[in-house]
Design a protein around this ligand. Structure first.
Ligand SMILES: Nc1nc2c(c(=O)[nH]1)N[C@H]1C(S)=C(S)[C@@H](COP(=O)(O)O)O[C@H]1N2
Ligand SMILES: [Mo]
Length: 528
């Protein structure tokens, strides 16, 4: 390469780029790759962001104990934490490659090419790959290499304005301002691409569905929630969980952007009549509204992976009866647009009172993107990982022998009814409360039967019956509270719930894996 910045100056022999500049050039080159890659993905195919695809791959191949640790330790923050960690590692690699390129650009170019190819591979081998998906990682690769080479060239070009050393060979230091502007532009682009990826695309389609649901008639309406359905004033959650507060669990790093206009559900396999349902087909069926408490199998004792909402959608049993299920099909295998998959026992879904649904609405609006817009499955009384496929696009009637769900492959149980549970919300663990009358309060659930009784004991004393809220229905949680008169000192409160059929919550402690946590919760607190 011959590079002269100006014909009237003889090319000076070029020296190494100063270290800080070299590192920064590496970072900006990679930043440009990521920013443009995200941006291209947002425009072309949301699932093809090379950065997010690498993250998805990390998740898919993480050993089960690690994902479980991340889920329980970081909760919903697990994904931002993973992405931030990846960003830090990539920035370090980029800076190192930049430093190695003080004279020749080859190490930096190689690094960007390797990262770009890794991103391309992650996209191409990802579960939701379509051929247009290669555009974004290739844009990232080309833009990354080009910006790196350009900056490298600038940095190595002797500057006319720079004071010349005695030998006249001082390399040009790119203006700090120029670099800063470049870095900010790259960051803005990356952020812009990310926000487009994470939301903009389907807002209109969602609003249209919300409006449509507001006009639609319901053949089954959920009874109004009684005002005394919770003890929120005493520390329990409100009966209905706001959509923004509803717990969220899935393997998707980026929320799938699937418009209701593009949505189709193929129902096939061991069925009488293979069927493809469009969103209009779904909305043309009788719509039902049901109040349901959902729970994640990973919820530890005392955990908050449990929430309640009013869901609107169609009755899944009715739909399957219309399609016709062959008797041998013991598994309903569902797949999401992002490639996640699970299997649900057919016999449970076909129970007349189970209330299994394909849901499109949640608490008066279209499903939020994070909760499966446009359509998700829902089976009251089964943990989400075996029943609640979000962004559902495929339903195959098959057998448990033929196919295994995503979490089954990772050691979780095939059949997973939600275990009867109770939780102590007040007092909080290690809280200090004034002596005298102390109110203890919390929640309990036992779907689909419903909670019939919650007993509470203090410091290993006799079990006492707590006051319960009105039972809304067997598919939902129920709140409890009880007062104790307590002296100063350390105290331990413990609960156990019993379902409406008289079965009491299991005392023995079990971890969430393989089929849900068990054990009577206990909270230690101080009376002062
Ligand atoms: N597509 C998809 N659907 C999914 C999952 C997932 O990872 N991907 N996770 C399941 C699990 S483990 C649970 S507990 C519920 C959680 O639903 P929510 O996020 O709406 O609360 O979704 C289920 N459906
Ligand atoms: Mo879950």
């Amino acid at each position: 390469m011959t590079l002269t910045s100006s014909p009237d100056i003889a090319p000076a022999p070029r020296r190494a780029i100063p270290r800080p500049t070299a590192g920064l050039i590496g970072i900006i080159g990679v930043g440009a790759a990521l920013g443009f890659g995200n941006f291209a993905a947002a425009l072309v195919s949301p699932s093809s962001s090379p950065f997010l695809a690498v993250g998805d791959t990390v998740i898919r191949f993480s050993p089960e104990p690690l994902t479980e640790f991340a889920k329980t330790t970081f909760g919903t923050a697990d994904k931002p934490i993973l992405l931030s960690g990846m960003a830090v590692v990539i920035a370090l690699v980029a800076a190192a490659a930049g430093l190695a390129s003080r004279r020749r650009p080859d190490p930096g170019v190689t690094m960007i090419a390797v990262l770009g190819l890794a991103g391309t591979a992650a996209v191409v081998l990802g579960p939701a790959f379509r051929p247009v998906g290669v555009v974004a990682p290739l844009v990232a690769l080309v833009v990354g290499v080009a910006s790196f080479l350009h900056l490298h060239r600038l940095a190595r070009t002797p500057s006319r304005s720079a004071p010349h050393a005695a030998d006249g060979t001082r390399s040009r230091v790119i203006g700090r301002r120029g670099l800063l502007i470049g870095a900010v532009a790259v960051a803005a682009l990356a952020a812009g691409g990310a926000s487009l990826l994470l939301g903009g695309g389907i807002a209109q389609a969602r609003q249209a569905v919300t409006d449509r649901l507001a006009r639609a008639g319901l053949v089954e309406k959920a009874p109004a929630i009684p005002v005394d359905a919770d003890f929120a004033a005493d520390g329990t959650p409100t009966f209905l969980t706001r959509n923004a507060d509803f717990y969220r669990i899935d393997t998707a790093l980026q929320v799938p952007q699937l418009s209701s206009d593009d949505w189709e559900l193929r129902i096939h396999g061991m069925v009488g009549r293979e069927t493809t349902l469009t969103f209009d087909d779904l909305m043309a069926r009788p719509l039902v509204e049901r109040t349901v408490t959902m729970t994640c199998v990973s919820n530890p004792i005392g955990g908050d992976l449990v929430s309640t909402a009013n869901f609107v959608g169609i009755d899944l049993r009715d739909l399957l009866r219309d399609v016709g299920v062959r008797p041998a099909a013991d598994q309903i295998f569902t797949t999401s647009v992002d490639g996640w998959y699970t299997g649900t026992p057919t016999d449970v879904v076909m129970e007349p009172d189970r209330g299994a649904m394909l849901a499109v609405g949640m608490n008066g609006e279209a499903l939020p993107p994070e909760h499966g817009f446009p359509v998700r499955m829902l089976v009251p009384g089964l943990y989400g990982y075996v029943s609640a496929c979000k962004w559902i696009v495929d339903m195959e009637l098959t057998t448990f022998g033929a196919r295994r769900g995503y979490w089954l492959e990772r050691g979780w149980a095939q059949k997973a009814p939600i275990k009867t549970q109770s939780r102590i919300d007040r007092p909080a663990g290690f809280a200090s409360v004034p002596a005298g009358r102390v109110t203890c309060a919390g929640i309990a659930w036992s779907q689909p039967t419903g909670v019939g009784r919650v007993e509470v004991r203090m410091d290993g004393g006799p079990w006492r019956d707590a006051t319960l809220t009105t039972l809304v229905n067997g598919r939902t949680w129920r709140m409890w509270k009880i007062d104790f008169d307590l002296r100063p000192g350390s105290h331990t409160v413990q609960t156990r719930a019993t379902d409406a059929a008289g079965r009491t919550q299991v005392e023995g402690r079990a971890d969430p894996i393989p089929d849900g946590a068990s054990g009577w919760p206990a909270t230690i607190f101080n009376v002062t």
